[in-house]
Design a protein around this ligand. Structure first.
Ligand code: SAM
Length: 352
């Protein structure tokens, strides 16, 4: 076997492959080459970050959403979703708890909930930065006009996560309603980067109708964009969405993609996501063994966690933040790594 070894070595050396070579990486995936790829990816992560794992405190502050993405459990058409939104005070309480655990990044993630005005959201960002000047604020609140992104940045936000989901217009249209376009998504990502944010893009592995051609295009798009962070995880169905009967993404393929991304982007911030931990009980640990170096424990209040249900079976929905945090620290330590208390910025980033 070992037929992919030359391609894997090429990916490590050149940090890019041609479209056809990427496709071959997927179609010819086999256990022996996967292990070779994994070991190189882990070596690369350790060479760049040692055995440090950055933790990000995730605050899922609203599940109201104006969008109707076909894969997502909090899409506006899901009338069964029990909606909630946290007040600024509740969000600040989450930060206080997280700061006590040593977390130095707060990620504010939610649906596109338009009841938070730009002004009130900026005020919240300013207040977090005032109370915790040593912490990074990451936002993940979807597509907004450039002016809004500028206001967030000026208020002190440092990073922005917006998965591109798929770079193919054709595939994008299969996953989203007509009012959402890949052109606007890419516009958002390039605006965010231009403004000065550390940006995170990414996609779901095994999303409905995904082909290896589309996946190869995703890798090529990421190379072009050069994001500071890349979030990938398996697609997992949600019973109350149009994709309820679609098969979940493959665990092994997700790990394989993580390892490929680590070789392509040796210094990128690469989370082992909650979806990966949902599809397999040891998914996050395996993610780290495949080159991931970030984990995002939830800081959301216990009573809302089970309502931020993007997909069925989501883990960590029944625990208090403290339990979640202790559990993750233990998991990281058991595989010989260390959860560190640091902002964990991308090495090449400085605030404009
Ligand atoms: N509204 C913001 C946005 O769209 O970027 C942030 C929240 S959104 C729910 C966060 C991410 O969850 C999406 O980018 C998507 O990739 C992921 N997601 C949604 N539904 C999923 C599913 N069924 N399986 C796996 N991941 C899912």
């Amino acid at each position: 076997m070992a037929e992919l070894r030359p391609l894997i070595d090429k990916l490590k050396e050149d940090r890019i492959l041609s479209h056809d070579e990427f496709v071959r990486m997927f179609t010819c995936r086999n256990p022996e080459d996967s292990e070779y790829l994994r070991s190189l990816a882990q070596e690369t992560a350790v060479a760049n970050y040692g055995h440090d794992i950055f933790l990000r405190g995730l605050i899922e502050f609203t599940n109201y959403c104006r969008n109707d993405c076909l894969y997502c459990g909090i899409r506006r058409s899901n009338s069964k979703a029990e909606r909630y939104r946290l007040t600024s005070e509740e969000i600040l309480d989450c930060c206080e708890i997280g700061y006590g655990f040593g977390l130095r990044t707060f990620v504010l993630q939610g649906g596109e909930d338009m009841t938070y005005s730009d002004e009130s959201f900026c005020e919240l960002i300013r207040e977090i930065k005032r109370r915790y000047p040593d912490c990074a604020v990451t936002l993940s609140v979807g597509e907004r006009p450039r002016k809004t992104y500028e206001a967030y940045y000026e208020a002190g936000a440092d990073r922005y996560l917006l998965r591109h989901e798929t770079s193919s217009p054709e595939h994008y249209a299969m996953l989203h309603p007509a009012e959402l376009t890949i052109e606007n998504r890419k516009r958002c990502l390039s605006d965010l980067k231009d403004i000065g944010f550390q940006i995170g893009a990414g996609f779901m592995v095994g999303s409905p109708y995904q082909t290896y051609d589309y996946l190869a295009e995703d890798f090529a798009y990421l190379k072009e964009l050069e994001p500071h962070m890349i979030g990938i995880g398996p697609f997992i169905h949600h019973a109350d969405t149009p994709f309820a009967k679609m098969p979940d993404g493959s665990y092994e393929e997700t790990l394989y993609c993580l390892a490929m991304l680590r070789l392509m982007f040796p210094r990128v911030l690469l989370p082992a996501t909650t979806a990966l931990g949902t599809i397999d009980p040891l998914g996050r640990e395996e993610g780290i063994r495949h080159g991931a170096n970030v984990i995002m424990p939830s800081l959301s209040p216990k009573d809302v966690r089970q309502k931020y249900l993007l997909y069925d079976g989501k883990i960590c929905t029944g625990e208090e933040a403290a339990e979640c945090h202790a559990c993750l620290e233990g998991r990281i330590a058991r595989i010989g790594y260390k959860a560190v208390s640091a902002r964990g910025d991308h090495a090449d980033w400085v605030r404009k």
